[in-house]
Design a binder for this molecule. Sequence first.
Ligand SMILES: [Zn+2]
Length: 135
Amino acid sequence: MKSTEPEFAGHFEQLAQGRLCFPYCAACQRFHWYPMPLCPHCRADGWQWRGINGSGTLYSWTEIHHAFDARYTGALPYIVALIEFPQAPGIRLVANLVGTSSMGLAIGQAVSADFSQVLAGSGPLVFRAHAVAAS
Ligand SMILES: [Zn+2]
């Protein structure tokens, strides 16, 4: 999946190699998302892309039952999630969560990036939920 916005190019170039990267500012040692010309925290320029391991946690999600775009009709229902990353504090990424239903999902649940579609050039980065341990 390619972005048409040039500031996202580094993110998608790394993603095509199976790496999840976000803008990281060495001046204030913080991540930010989306990419911006200057660090939104300290206004420094010269931030770098920094890779993380793709392990995240579920901040929130919604299950989509109505396709506003006809291309997604066959995918219904699907889950759109907001994902946080222990290795990139402050980042919340919107992405589809696949291989599960919304039943049984929990806030804070572990998820992992699945790069198979981006590596095959057939779709976007998606995430898969880990099973929740029985309590
Ligand atoms: Zn900064």
